[in-house]
Design a protein around this ligand. Structure first.
Ligand code: P6P
Length: 338
């Protein structure tokens, strides 16, 4: 009968978040309301992405439709959906999106105490070939009751209250941390609810997979070159690691979180700060990794200690299993001492 209890005792993400809220009696539920609006955005994007292929056939999203109107590209559409959902929640005051050059300052009447940084559809260049893509988000509390400024959002990642991603692939999976562990939820389209399917995710302490774009190898620095060399030709008698690189951050990070291993987007001669964006790619994924028992390193410091100066700033990133990231930290430390 325990199986039956499991089937009828559905732990939806809404119920899960309310359970978390009940741990903070002083809470007025603003955070739960904010999260429910983010979840709504993810559900919308999930349906839009799933129809993308079909829509292409029917000349809808991203193409000119039968009326000859230019349909919005999916990432533009997704961005509008999240901006509207977040503003309408009445709990946000500054929004930073990968799609918008400038931050959005919510009008006073609708202003709340949270700042949300997000990439509405990361990896969207992969839509046409059906590779999994995703939404990545992080949530800060504004610093204090003054008029909101960019300083409220240019905070180190360690100040985030929550972070997560929603991966649009064979299923729609939302992975979330509100600061006490990591939990994964899968959308049941028949219910329109995210159900808890991956309770208390912990990343394996060490993995057998490394994930990097080897096409950039010519431009890597010494420690990264040495690390990848060790993955392929281990000198300690262990077997070589497998290379898995999807080229869509949410998919590569999700596999790393569940299977273990390391994901790298290093600096290189062409891009000294790497490619991935601090606020809405590096910080949320680093937050999740630490909450799951892994770690995240920029080549110079703990990723979550970074203090961004600009909202679209980039940083190199090495994240994943604790022991694997420890290896690359040692190589960079040795480099430092030279
Ligand atoms: P590269 C997708 O465009 C993205 O922003 C991330 O999702 C992904 O990890 C990275 O870029 C892939 O970059 O240079 O390896 O194609």
């Amino acid at each position: 009968h325990s199986a039956d209890a499991h089937r009828t005792d559905l732990m939806t993400i809404t119920r899960f978040v309310l359970n978390e809220q009940s741990k903070h009696p002083e809470s007025r539920g603003d955070f739960s309301i904010l999260l429910s609006h983010i979840v709504l955005g993810c559900k919308f994007v999930c349906t839009a992405v799933n129809k993308a292929g079909l829509a292409k056939l029917l000349g809808l999203a991203g193409e000119t439709n039968v009326q000859g109107e230019d349909q919005k590209k999916l990432d533009v559409l997704s961005n509008e959906v999240f901006i509207k959902a977040l503003v309408s929640s009445g709990r946000t005051c500054i929004l930073v999106s990968e799609e918008d050059e400038e931050a959005t300052f919510v009008e006073p009447a609708k202003r709340g105490k949270y700042c949300v940084v997000f990439d509405p559809l990361d990896g969207s260049s992969n839509i046409d070939c059906g590779v999994s893509i995703g939404t990545i988000f992080g949530i800060y509390m504004i610093k204090d009751g003054h008029e909101p400024t960019l300083d409220d959002v240019l905070q180190p990642g360690k100040n985030m209250l929550a972070a997560g991603y929603c991966m649009y692939g064979s299923s729609c999976t939302l992975v979330l941390s509100t600061g006490s562990g990591v939990n994964g939820f899968t959308l049941d389209p028949s219910l329109g609810e995210f159900i808890l399917t991956h309770p208390d995710i912990k990343i394996p302490k060490k993995g057998k997979i490394y994930s990097v774009n080897e096409g950039n190898a010519k431009n890597w620095d010494g420690p990264t070159t040495k690390y990848v060399q060790n993955c392929k030709y281990p000198t300690d008698g262990s077997s070589p690691k497998s290379l898995r690189y999807i080229g869509s951050m949410v998919a590569d990070v999700h596999r790393t979180l569940l299977y273990g291993g390391i994901f790298l987007y290093p600096a290189d001669k062409k891009s000294p700060n790497g490619k991935l964006r601090v606020l809405y790619e590096v910080f949320p994924m680093s937050f999740l990794m630490e909450q799951a028992g892994g770690q995240s390193f920029t080549g110079k410091q703990r990723a979550l200690d970074l203090v961004p100066k600009k909202i679209h700033e980039r940083a190199p990133i090495f994240l994943g299993s604790y022991d694997d990231v420890e290896e690359i930290k040692k190589l960079y430390a040795t480099e430092e001492q030279k």
